[in-house]
Design a protein around this ligand. Sequence first.
Ligand SMILES: [Zn+2]
Length: 292
Amino acid sequence: MATGSRPPSARRRRWASPVRLFLAVAAAAVAVADAVAAAPRPTAADKATPTTPTPPRAGPDESPPWSYNNAAGWPASCRNSSQSPMPLIHVGGTGNPHRGEVADLLSLPSALHFTAHAADAEHISLLCDGSCGTLTVRGVAYKVKNLHWHTPAEHTVDGRRTAAELHAVSFAADGRIAVLASLFKDTKDNPIVQATIDAMVGLGTFEATLQDYRKYFYSGGHVGCGIYAGSLTTPPCTEGLTWVVSTKVGYMSEAQVEAIRALNGGHDNARPLQPINDRPVDWIDPEASGGR
Ligand SMILES: [Zn+2]
C-alpha cells in the first residue's frame, strides 16, 4: 500500500498553501503512485477534504523526498524486519491451510460508493463514501476506507507477479490497519476496473454493487488468501499492518493496466520484495481439508 508520497520539492513549491493543507490530510489516506501525465486534470483543491482515518506518514518537512527509483531516499524505518511486500509461498509452503475464503472475512453492503481524491499530483485514491464494508481478521474488525492501485503487483504468490494489485485499506477503531490485496493479470477488459479508472481520471465517483465487486474483483468464485504481518509499502513503512492477499487472480486489459500506470505517474509504483524473516503466513483455502 502507499501512503501519500511526497513529490519532489520543486513540484511542492508550485502549490498554494490550501493545497498543502489538503495534502496533510488527504495524502495520508493512502494514495497511489507518482507523477500524473501531462494532460490537465482536476486538482486536489477541487475536492473537499475527506474525513477518512489516515495511516501514519512522514511529516511534511521531516524527511527527504523518496521515489521508487531512489531507495536511498527511503527512511531508516523502511529497513525494519517486518516489511511489505513479501513473497508469498502458497504451494508447498509451511503450515496447514484452514478451510475458508476471503468472503468469510469480508462483510459488504449491497452497494459501494467511493470518490476519487488526488492526495497530490502523483497519487489518487478512491475514498469510501459512507459504508464500504468490514474486513474481520483474527477477531478485529476493520472498516474499508480506501482503494488504490499498484502496477505491477507488489506481492508475488509462488514467484509469480501479476500486472496490477488493488489495495483496500481498512481501519480498526483503535487505528490498526489491515489491507486486502487483490491481484490482477492483463488479459481482457474488466468493467469495474474501468469504473475505477474513469473515477480517477475525472476525480469523480466510483460505484459498484456487491455483485459487481464479487464478480469483477474476485472473479466470482471462491477465493482463498494468505494473511501475514507486514508494513506500509511506502515511507514511513510503518509496521504492525495485517495483510490479506487473495490467491485468485482477477483480470483487466493491458490498456487498463497502462491507464492506471499513467494515472500513477507513468511509471511502476510497486516496492521491491522485502525479506520474509521467518514471518508465518496463515493460508485460508476453499479446498483445504483443515478446520477453520
Ligand atoms: Zn498500496
